[in-house]
Design a protein around this ligand. Structure first.
Ligand SMILES: [Ca+2]
Ligand SMILES: [Ca+2]
Ligand SMILES: [Ca+2]
Ligand SMILES: [Ca+2]
Length: 349
């Protein structure tokens, strides 16, 4: 304890001064603990200064005494978090270059390089994907090999600054191949691992003297300076098949003969099979030459559809010139067949 003035200090004031110093020590400790537990605490290398003072009167004269200045330099916490961004990816068997996306975030309080690796020999699934490559996103959130950067271990490890929200994380794409001879609904796991280049994987609390930012000590955070997350692929073959039939509607004159003026009814049956979902299924059919579409004859699963583009699923001569279009949306494998019918007249002229 140092003092700027040296009057005789009654004991009770000494006690007050010491208790203030104790409080200031507690303050420094609590700041460090927040830095350790939070996503980003006080930046590594920050100097936290604190000084206590006491004022008092003796015989009507005011005096002030101060403690020494405590200086604590904040250590660098080495922490990282890997978070899968993709839902389960439907794949064929075999398949190539199937993409999983992960966000790697520096959750410490300094700047750190993180080495990336992929683990594909994981249990609890039915197959092992085969790593092709790892890519660093260019910032648009989409994988594009012409714009994004191929990752080369220890050549372009992401350098993440926990104190800069614009540069504290990196979006990573992992491309795997899928083996052949798998069956529907087989699942394969793939894991991205990010590890501090400087520290490697350590137990939380491990301290490396002087290797943190600005020569501070580096301390492994709760992640142990390494984290990983896991994505999955699911073999999901889906097949859309169409069967089209035509019948001649009977009339009073010709019966069911396909003569000029007879009406033909086309029926299209749409079947979706497999374990996946066929997305944005759109049925279109051009009206055959020599026939004329019969207005208002478009039907889906027994319900009439208007010829105009509106809230229902179908139209004539808008989505497809002189043709019918029916938008079925997403159809899951194994769903009931969809049946589309429409009528045409064999041109009587
Ligand atoms: Ca660092
Ligand atoms: Ca596996
Ligand atoms: Ca991109
Ligand atoms: Ca319509």
């Amino acid at each position: 304890m140092s003092s700027t003035t040296q009057p005789v200090i009654p004991n009770r004031y000494r006690i007050l001064t010491r208790s203030l110093e104790f409080l200031s020590a507690l303050f420094v400790l609590s700041v460090w603990m927040v830095g350790e537990a939070g996503a980003v605490g006080v930046a590594a290398g920050t100097q936290i200064q604190n000084q206590a003072s006491a004022s008092y009167d003796v015989g009507g004269i005011s005096f002030t005494t101060t403690s020494g200045i405590n200086i604590v330099t904040v250590d660098e916490i080495i922490d990282v978090q890997v978070t899968l961004q993709s839902t389960s990816v439907p794949v064929n068997s075999p398949d190539t270059n199937q993409v999983l996306a992960y966000l790697v975030t520096n959750t410490g309080n300094g700047t750190e390089d993180f080495e990336l690796s992929v683990t594909n020999l994981l249990s609890g699934d039915q197959f092992d994907p085969v790593l092709v490559s790892i890519w660093l996103d260019d910032g648009d959130g989409l994988f594009n090999p012409l714009l994004d950067t191929l990752y080369v271990v220890n050549a372009n490890d992401p350098i993440l600054d926990a104190n800069d929200p614009a540069n504290d994380s990196a979006l990573i794409f992992v491309l795997n191949d899928i083996p052949g001879a798998l069956t529907d609904a087989n699942v394969g796991f793939s894991q991205l691992v990010a590890t501090s280049v400087e520290m490697g994987s350590q137990v939380p609390g491990f301290t490396s003297v002087g290797t943190g930012d600005g020569g501070t000590d580096a301390v492994a955070g709760t992640s142990g300076a390494q984290d990983q997350d896991q994505g999955s692929y699911v073999v999901s073959s889906v097949l859309v098949s169409l069967v089209k039939t035509v019948t001649v509607l009977s009339d009073a004159i010709f019966g069911t003969q396909p003569v000029p003026g007879a009406t033909l009814r086309y029926e299209i049956t749409v079947s979706v099979t497999g374990s996946g979902t066929a997305q944005n299924v759109v049925i279109s059919d051009a009206i055959p030459a020599g026939t004329i579409y019969q207005g208002g004859s478009l039907v889906l699963n027994g319900g009439g559809l208007s010829d105009s583009v509106d809230a229902d699923a179908g139209d004539f001569n808008s989505s497809l010139a002189d043709g019918i279009t029916v938008d079925l949306g997403d159809v899951a494998g194994g769903a009931l067949d969809n049946i589309v019918t429409f009528d045409v007249l064999i041109d009587p002229n």
